[in-house]
Design a protein around this ligand. Structure first.
Ligand code: ZN
Length: 224
């Protein structure tokens, strides 16, 4: 494990199907760019179209935390990449932060042993209120309940392995509810799933959402 004073090495990956009008550099570019403005974190971005899908053994070995955005192309991620990610997490302690539609990403489902299905969803640019359910958890540091003005609705039941901690819980404009921030430990590695972030809205530019991702990176890297 890296020394505590060294920057956390983060690999931010996207399948890059998100609209260029909202995210010219992709969600991976957006998040990596923001992380690189911070002290104590150094981030690279990678995408599905890269050699070895951006998920070579070397790239993963160099990553202390893998942040992930997938939506339309979960099934295109190779068996080899999924196996490498699961091994890096469970046996070697790499952190993993799947975002939004990555609830059905192959690496997360392989770790959980479930299909990650959700009860319902609705793309209607409705608000969601993100409630802090575990204020003492490091991923909630500095976060109070907040509203995302326009996002996609997800509803329970959420077919996941029971989280060690539900850090955030969301209420949606239509009355639905969802476990929107879930923390697990799988073997040696920490995993944090965060629901906000439908790709047609600039959710990943919102200050609270950025802070949650930073907190998740630090927690998954075992720095908090
Ligand atoms: Zn979405």
């Amino acid at each position: 494990m890296a020394e505590q004073h060294e920057p956390i090495r983060v690999l931010v990956w996207s399948e890059f199907s998100e609209p260029r009008e909202v995210y010219p550099n992709g969600i991976h570019g957006e998040i990596a760019g923001y992380l690189n403005t911070l002290d104590g974190i150094t981030a690279r971005s990678a995408q599905l179209s890269d050699p070895e899908q951006g998920l070579s053994a070397g790239a993963l070995a160099d990553a202390e935390v893998l942040v992930w955005f997938g939506h339309r192309h979960h099934g295109d991620v190779s068996d080899e990449a999924v196996e490498r990610i699961v091994k890096r997490v469970t046996e070697e302690g790499m952190g993993f932060v799947p975002l939004h539609s990555s609830h059905m990403s192959r690496p997360l489902c392989a770790l959980m042993g479930t299909d990650g299905m959700i009860g319902a969803w609705r793309e209607a640019d409705e608000w969601q209120k993100v409630m802090v359910k575990a204020p003492d958890h490091p991923v909630a540091a500095g976060i109070e309940d907040f509203v995302i003005p326009h996002d996609e609705m997800y509803a329970e039941p959420f077919n996941i392995k029971e989280p060690d901690t539900v850090v955030f819980y969301s209420h949606f404009e239509g009355g639905e509810e969802f476990r929107s921030g879930c923390a697990w430990t799988f073997g040696k590695g920490r995993v944090f799933y965060f629901q906000p972030g439908h790709e047609t809205q600039p959710v990943f530019q919102q200050a609270e959402v950025r802070q949650v991702i930073v907190n998740a990176v630090r927690w998954c890297a075992k720095r908090t």
